[in-house]
Ligand binder design. Structure first.
Ligand code: OXD
Ligand code: MN
Length: 600
């Protein structure tokens, strides 16, 4: 039975049913009974495995096909009418051509299967910043994940109302999971997403990257708000005030870790606390008081499992202890629990590796094999997180004091610096880049540009996206958050990291907050405001971060920055302007000014 009278929803679901021809249509109301029945069905067919219900209550396990383990950027498209509107960072195809190509693939794709109709809200129900989506899918795995990652079910339709046409239409079929016919397609002008031949999270949980970033960034440009690839955290100070900060880093730079940071002992003793509002996506809009407010549109964490342990991210690990779905990790068959590289130093002997083969985990990993896929995931409810913010469900969002950009840079970029103003900060965001690590590619130190950490997620032309950032700055005026850049990954001559990172990043957040409050001075340098050498608190880590190390962490090397400027000129011209991206004049000017300051 349908859950809404909204004729726009009914008509679209009817069309999708006629196209995909499922045996049955089930509307997802989000009730516990319905979810429990779907879990039982998925367990009975082997789609999901039930884990040890004493040690991991409510937790399930899923294995994807080995050819279907990550987002597929080369098969991801932005289909708007004009190619120029997709810009140089996106694959593009004419929307009609794309639909003509995909329609035969969807035709009858759900024969013999059930179509699930999932209404969901991105953002707290009733929030003026929230938006509704409807996803139809032939995968129970998708339903169960959407149940964790979004506010799903009847409540979302109540939020949409009986008339509105303002919902994102998501069509997903795993079809034959054929990698040659896999397409992840956004139609921003139609509020629509089509995903086919995948069953992996980032490609099929359409509320996440497809809607909350690609479609939403386009909506944000048109409606005057921002959808960003940012964590949101709150720092409670000893006086009880909470300051909120967002941060954008490319993947594998520790967003989830920073979002769930545990402050060093000294800070804890002084009364500091860190709260998580989000670990991946922020929707931000100007509030009535003129400040920028952020909500996390998601309701859970879709985190990378390998490397997560008690020390690296206690709060993330704790979040996975109940009602969590694990995908492509390894199973410890002795007690039917899960294991992944970096969880501990003790791979289970009696293991099932991620592809499903039973192995002796100790021997298997000794040969250099991995038990868990490097991109294996946990889907965990946000409310499980021990440090979840009390404001997590606040429909108004939280007021943002600072925006942080960062990447993985062995040299050049200091530990932290502050932009002179919003425009300069927008330049800094456009210059976000990360160096590949030896582990990932073999080619160490190759610079990948990832503006605002949004390269794979900007749903329109990157030049227009930068212009939108500049417009937002004008609107916010002196109420705008301050913009910073951080680099946790500086190395010495021998390739050793010289900043401890993890919880000690609190020391940098502390400086950032004091800069926002105007209670601490800074050194004005060519690249921005840098901390005075003694203003980063190193109490408790003096042995590691000596004054000499601090000198290195905060160094601005003229030769390296000259190279950086040359590379940014090349990037703006060859990668953006020559390929149809309109780099705003104001950003080129920032580059000129940076060069002038450096020459002085
Ligand atoms: C993610 C990503 O999964 O950025 O969050 O790839
Ligand atoms: Mn992400």
């Amino acid at each position: 039975m349908s859950l809404t009278k909204n004729p726009n929803v009914l008509k679209w679901v009817e069309e999708m049913t006629a196209l995909t021809k499922p045996d049955k249509v089930v509307w997802i109301d989000g009730s516990k009974e319905q979810i429990d029945a779907l879990k039982a069905e998925a367990i009975s067919t082997g789609e999901m495995l039930e884990l040890n219900q004493e040690k991991l209550p409510g937790c399930l396990y899923h294995r994807t096909l080995p050819n279907d383990v990550a987002r597929v950027e080369d098969r991801t498209f932005i289909c708007c009418k004009n190619k120029e509107d997709a810009g140089p960072t996106n694959n593009w195809m004419d929307p009609d051509e794309m639909k003509a190509m995909l329609t035969p693939m969807y035709d009858g794709a759900m024969k013999g299967r059930t179509m699930y109709v999932i209404p969901y809200s991105m953002g707290p129900i009733g929030s003026p910043l929230a938006k509704v989506g409807v996803e139809v899918t032939d995968s129970i795995y998708v339903v169960l994940n959407m149940n964790i990652m979004t506010r799903m079910g009847k409540q979302a339709f109540e939020n949409l109302g009986d008339e509105s046409n303002d919902f994102v239409r998501g069509l997903h079929s795993k079809a034959d999971v054929d990698p040659e016919k896999r397409y992840i397609v956004q139609f921003p002008e139609d509020n629509a997403i089509w995903s086919i031949n995948s069953a992996y999270g980032g490609n099929v949980l359409l509320g996440k990257k497809c809607f909350a970033l690609r479609i939403a960034s386009y909506q944000g440009k048109n409606e005057g708000w921002m959808a960003e690839h940012m964590l949101i955290l709150g720092v409670k100070k000893p006086d009880g005030e909470v300051k909120y900060i967002t941060a954008a880093f490319p993947s594998a730079c520790g967003k989830t870790n920073l979002a769930m940071l545990i402050p060093p002992e000294g800070y804890k003793k002084d009364g500091y606390e860190v709260f998580t509002v989000g670990d991946d996506i922020a929707w931000m809009k100007q509030g009535e008081d003129g400040r920028l407010y952020a909500i996390n549109p998601e309701n859970g964490f879709f985190g990378v499992a390998p490397g997560t342990n008690k020390k690296s991210n206690f709060n993330a690990l704790a979040s996975t202890m109940k009602d969590t779905i694990f995908t492509n990790v390894a199973i410890n068959n002795d007690d039917n629990t899960v294991w992944w590289e970096g969880l501990d130093k003790n791979p289970p002997e009696n293991a099932t590796e991620w592809k499903g083969e039973k192995v002796n985990g100790k021997e298997f990993t000794a040969d250099g094999n991995k038990l868990a896929h490097p991109n294996s995931r946990f889907t965990a409810p946000a409310k499980n997180c021990p440090c979840i913010s009390p404001e997590f469900d606040n429909p108004a969002g939280v007021p943002i004091s600072a925006i942080i950009f960062g990447g993985r840079r062995a040299s050049t970029t200091p530990l932290v610096y502050q932009s002179f103003d919003w425009t300069h900060g927008t330049y800094m965001g456009s210059a976000v880049s990360s160096e590949t690590t030896a582990a990932a590619t073999g080619a160490v130190g190759v610079l990948r540009h990832d503006p605002m950490a949004m390269k794979p997620f900007i749903g329109y032309n990157v030049g227009d996206y930068w212009a939108h950032w500049l417009e937002m700055g004008e609107k916010l005026g002196d109420k705008a958050p301050k913009i910073f850049n951080v680099n946790w990954f500086k190395q010495d001559e021998n390739g050793n990291f010289i900043w401890p990172g993890f919880g000690d990043n609190m020391r940098v957040l502390d400086w950032i907050i004091k800069r926002c409050e105007g209670t601490i001075d800074a050194d004005e340098t060519a690249i921005g405001y840098l901390p005075k050498k003694t203003d980063i608190n190193v109490e408790g880590i003096e042995d590691e971060v000596t004054p000499e190390v601090m000198d290195k962490l905060l160094a601005v090397d003229k030769d390296l920055w000259t190279k950086e400027i040359a590379e940014m000129r090349r990037y703006y011209k060859e990668d953006i302007a020559d390929k149809g991206g309109n780099v705003p004049e104001a950003l080129i000017k920032e580059l000129d000014k940076l060069e002038e300051r450096l020459a002085k």
